[in-house]
Design a protein around this ligand. Structure first.
Ligand SMILES: Nc1ncnc2c1ncn2[C@@H]1O[C@H](COP(=O)(O)OP(=O)(O)OP(=O)(O)O)[C@@H](O)[C@H]1O
Length: 311
């Protein structure tokens, strides 16, 4: 296993705004790395630094051991930005052939077309493609040059369920053939379908880095809302990842196992009423993770605890 790309204490400012804040990360060969985070977290900024499209304000970004702006390093990189502009007048097959010309050992048109399900519209001009078809072509183009590393920014945005599954299958197959993949998403489902290692970014900070099971265990939380006359007793209860006192007097708890939490409340004789349980949104889970991250200090009304929340 070798390190294909890395960020070493990288900060990127846009004016006063810290899009990335002291991020260190190594991307090793052979993995599918999922970059998960809410809107505006800094995922795209991180990818554009790896692509050499932007420079860090401070810190060092390395691609294949060197500068991401060097043409020789970019030869070994494939990427699909969130919004790809394709040459509207060229047919899909011509576009693939054009991109393939830039690489030494590209996949053949047939290989790429079959994997990404492009056969039906190879002769269409890219300007006449539907949004979903354009997305599939864009992701396929990232792989045409048989790169060592591919960066996919929200690859399945705008795709229907079938299109999404076909694309995930293609990415997994090409990964098995040796391509290392970094994929950004704010959908847990996409990250679960593809990634082996997951890095969570929020407000420009890297707040978690672990195996898929570990991170899913942290962000796949349930919300338990209740009213209690003895809220102080909740501090002794195991399995609460985050606790929020709401303005209406109710309390919202986030937990990886809501059934176990309710059993524990009953066992400990915590008085409660108006109990409601639902799946937490990913945004709520990010919030809980952000608050429990050692790199951030919480001054808000919510409180986090890792009691039993680690997986
Ligand atoms: N060119 C720019 N000029 C000014 N601010 C920018 C620029 N690019 C990004 N930002 C800001 O930097 C922060 C991180 O943006 P980024 O696009 O990296 O987030 P993201 O995690 O990819 O979000 P999304 O999931 O919505 O694509 C945001 O607050 C964004 O508004």
């Amino acid at each position: 296993m070798t390190t294909l790309a890395s960020l070493d204490h990288v900060t990127r400012l846009f004016g006063e705004h810290r899009a990335l804040d002291t991020v260190s990360l190594e991307i090793d060969s052979g993995s599918i790395l999922g970059l998960l985070g809410p809107n505006g977290a800094g995922k795209t900024t991180l990818l554009t630094l790896l692509m050499g499209l932007r420079s860090p304000t401070s810190g060092i970004v390395r691609l294949f051991g060197g500068n991401p702006k060097d043409a020789a390093n970019r030869q070994r990189l494939g990427s699909t930005p969130q919004n790809t502009a394709l040459p509207a007048a060229l047919r899909v097959r011509e576009t693939i052939a054009l991109v393939a010309k830039h690489y030494e050992r590209p996949y053949t048109l047939e290989e790429i077309s079959q994997r990404f399900g492009l056969d039906d519209f190879l002769t269409k001009q890219t300007g006449a493609l539907s949004g979903g078809q354009r997305r599939r072509v864009s992701v396929a183009l990232a792989f045409v040059g048989r790169p060592d590393l591919v960066l996919l920014d929200e690859p399945t945005t705008g795709l229907d369920v079938d299109g999404r599954h076909m694309l995930w299958d293609a990415v997994r197959e090409l990964h098995r053939e040796g391509t290392t993949v970094v994929v950004t998403s704010h959908y847990l489902e996409e990250i679960e379908a593809l990634a082996e290692r997951v890095v969570v970014v929020d407000h420009g900070r890297l707040i978690a880095d672990g195996s898929l099971a570990n991170i899913v265990g942290k962000v796949n939380l349930h919300q338990v809302q209740l009213e209690s006359t003895s809220p102080a007793m909740l501090t002794t209860i195991q399995g609460i990842s985050s606790r929020v006192q709401n303005a209406d007097g109710s309390i919202t708890l986030l937990s990886p196992d809501s059934d176990a939490l309710v059993r524990e409340l009953v066992r400990a004789n915590v008085p409660f009423e108006n109990l409601r349980v639902r799946g937490a949104t990913l945004e709520e889970a990010f919030q809980a993770l952000t608050e429990s991250s050692p790199s951030r200090h919480d001054s808000g009304r919510s409180e986090s605890t890792t009691n039993g929340a680690e997986s």
